[in-house]
Design a protein around this ligand. Structure first.
Ligand SMILES: [Zn+2]
Length: 161
């Protein structure tokens, strides 16, 4: 995947000239400044990229929105066959799914599951009705990796049990 786009930050000197690949809408520096998180290599072996806190978060504080396309469950099922459990869908309700697969969906999808980290999850997906956020379940310090619990179905599909 090699999608590039201009950083969306506009400062005193105009729009940021840096390009962003995975951390839309901002470049790395402006993701930190605007969203207080950063995307970099996960501390979990072979997990790929992970999401890290750039500031402290207290319990129940919203960290980042899990944004993406809102699909009906039927649309989502049509898009992905049963084998593609590596996808980024989270159920909003019985009828709707947020699909964060596109690189333009934001950074929340880079949060890794806690398996293999040697740590407990420090955040969870919370459904606020029409939007899903990753919310801290423990105190998170600046620099900590944000680790969620993908749930039993996903653990089985990923062979994590
Ligand atoms: Zn920028």
């Amino acid at each position: 995947m090699n999608v590039t786009r201009r950083c969306a930050h506009i400062g005193d000197k105009g729009r940021c000239k840096r390009m962003t690949t995975v951390t839309h809408p901002f470049c790395g520096q402006h993701t930190r400044e605007h969203l207080f998180v950063t995307v970099k290599k996960s501390l979990i072996p072979k997990a790929g990229l992970g999401l890290f806190a750039e500031k402290a978060f207290s319990v129940d504080e919203r960290i980042v929105e899990y944004s993406g396309e809102k699909l009906t469950t039927a649309q989502y099922d049509r898009r992905y066959d049963k084998d593609s459990m590596g996808s980024y869908g989270i159920s909003l309700s019985e009828n709707f799914v947020i699909d964060a697969r596109q690189t333009t969906s934001g950074v929340a999808r880079y949060a890794c599951d806690y398996h293999g980290s040697g740590k407990k999850p420090n955040a969870e997906y919370v459904n606020f009705g029409s939007r899903i956020w990753i919310v801290a379940t423990r105190r998170i310090k600046a620099g900590d990796e944000i680790l969620t619990d993908y749930g039993d179905d996903m653990h089985r599909a990923l062979g994590l049990e």
